[in-house]
Design a protein around this ligand. Structure first.
Ligand code: ZN
Length: 182
């Protein structure tokens, strides 16, 4: 993809993010740096709103060759199979974030064993835009009893090779990467 189509694609993602400065309600203008992505800047106070990714975590939990998946009860991608995980809070570490999310969503105690990778989720729809999300994905073990929570309408253990669809396409890459782990 060339530079100008990259910029266009990015702008179409971020266009109509915000109408006013969240700090002073001043007028926003688009800025186009030479190399970085375009961003909005307040003409009154100078506050800049960069389109940086939001940090999230994901847990791949495998027991007897089967991976834990849960059916989403919320948008985006409500009704799709997902793995436990979610957005990080403030300054918590990815390890703390993933342990907290697994506990919230499944009642299980997650122990991250290894980092599978860091992925980009470009399909997270929030209001009228795709929010850029960067996902730190761990493989680990989980102890305790699976507890049903309002985060999922169903839970299932699935053989990795049988998983064809997940809520977000990057997750199929995660599964391929897990299957290739030595
Ligand atoms: Zn402002």
């Amino acid at each position: 993809m060339n530079r100008s189509s990259q910029v266009k694609r990015h702008v179409s993602h971020v266009r109509s993010y915000f109408s006013y400065c969240p700090r002073c309600a001043g007028r926003l203008e688009w800025r186009q740096p030479r190399i970085e992505a375009p961003y909005q800047r307040c003409t009154a106070c100078g506050y800049s709103m960069f389109n940086n990714p939001i940090g999230a975590t994901e847990a791949i939990i495998i027991r007897n060759g089967k991976m834990l998946v849960m059916r989403r009860t919320r948008q985006p991608r409500k009704g799709y199979w997902d793995s436990p995980g979610g957005f990080m809070d403030g300054f918590e570490t990815p390890e703390h974030g993933v342990i907290r999310e697994v506990r919230e969503e499944t009642g299980l105690t997650f122990k991250p064993k290894r980092l599978i990778g860091v992925y980009v989720n470009d399909q997270y729809r929030y209001h009228d835009r795709n929010v850029p999300v960067i996902v730190v994905t761990f493989l680990g073990s989980a102890s305790g009893r699976l507890k049903h929570t309002e985060e999922a309408s169903a839970y299932a253990w699935r053989p990795l090779r049988s998983i064809r669809h997940m809520a977000f396409r990057y997750q199929l890459k995660v599964i391929r990467d897990v299957r290739r782990l030595p």
